[in-house]
Design a protein around this ligand. Structure first.
Ligand code: AMP
Length: 139
């Protein structure tokens, strides 16, 4: 069963498509958090960023890079929040990778992405060193 975003790619359900190339597509979010709220997806279906092959990831970033100024200019935004809900625990509802471009306006009442996680942990220097080394050892 294909995701709702694959159905948009296939043209089976309508969307306000603002950009399309061979491997990526961008369209307006159906429930916008702000005017111009846009989703950027790889056309092929990958659930999480972790699943996206490197060359598709490069295309995806290139499309985000291209769309951010276009979206901001189109709605005269002061800034934008660009983010992926990567996995269910992070709030991802559609299991097809998508980057959100949410235009932001001075005094819009929203917060920074620092507001998305729960209570911040109090980590010691040793714990931070261990985490950094662990990540470094995996890339
Ligand atoms: P997420 O929680 O990151 O998975 O966000 C999914 C987003 O997809 C939400 O912001 C929805 O409003 C949006 N969405 C769901 N269905 C559609 C659709 N058919 N067209 C455009 N946006 C959609």
């Amino acid at each position: 069963m294909s995701t709702i975003f694959s159905q948009i790619v296939a043209g089976d359900i309508p969307a306000r498509v603002v950009y399309e190339d061979e491997t990526t597509m961008a369209f307006l979010d159906a429930n916008p958090l702000a005017p111009g709220h846009t989703l950027v997806i790889p056309k092929d279906e990958y659930e999480r960023l972790n699943d996206v092959p490197e060359e598709v990831a490069a295309d995806l970033y290139a499309t985000l890079h291209r769309l951010v100024p276009a979206v901001e200019e189109a709605v005269d935004a002061d800034a934008s929040t660009v983010a992926f809900n990567n996995g269910e625990a992070a709030g991802q509802e559609v299991p097809h990778v998508h980057g959100h471009i949410v235009p932001r306006f001075d005094g819009d009442g929203g917060g920074p992405i620092h507001a998305v996680a729960g209570e911040a942990p109090d980590l010691s220097d040793d714990e931070l060193d261990d985490i950094a080394a662990d990540i470094d050892g995996r890339v």
